[in-house]
Design a protein around this ligand. Sequence first.
Ligand code: DGL
Length: 258
Amino acid sequence: MHNNSPIGIFDSGIGGTSIWSAIHNLLPEEKTIYLADSKNAPYGQKSKEDIIKLCYKNTDLLLRMGCKLIVVACNTATTNAIQELRSKYTIPFIGIEPAIKPAATNSRTQTIGILATQGTLNSELFHKTAEKFNETKIIEQVGHGIVQLIENGQIDSPEMTQLLQSYLMPMIEANIDYLVLGCSHYPYLIPQIKKIIPENIQIIDSGEAVAKQTRNILNEKVGFSIAKKTEPIFYTNTNPKVLSEILENKYVVIEKDF
Ligand code: DGL
């Protein structure tokens, strides 16, 4: 079974490109269309109802562009809206959730940290997953302000270092041995995080797992592309500069109102 239609990927902004990268590396022959809804970022402080509406808007656009599968490259959108998306549309959706399971299962100190948005940490889906690991102490921390700094192109700034220090120090003191990055923007902070945390703390994000799940769903339900040359397309509804920069200016970024 073959299907040359594109895979649609969306996020509240530029962070989901960390997931896009994992998908593009694993499935380089697949055409991808990425939507950065930066105009509405951050999603993490919005109500569930508003997040669902934004997810419908993004999905409708990707469907008009002919996508065969949609990856919700945003923990906040997944944990608040994936059920609604799956019941409204027939197209398959792949979501991204904080990787608590591998962290909790492998933790020796029985203490793990999770850094995520308020929307993710408050969601029912997150609570249900966390409850399954009630023998592990989970230190939850909202990453207030981090997404805004990343969207402003201030990944490597003194403000960011200060925020990260204030969020991570209490986790280090609590003796975590795993740090779960529960927001698709955060993998871009790994170099700075490594400067703050001791070497024995493992950092986990969900990019590779999402890419593998995408490959499974293409294999089982949707079909792989057999197109030869595929250039990814990126759309943003704000100034394209920051998105282009995070992609190292390697790809076309189109500014579009959506
Ligand atoms: N990148 C997003 C996530 O994975 C959302 C950040 C936000 O818009 O608050 O949660």
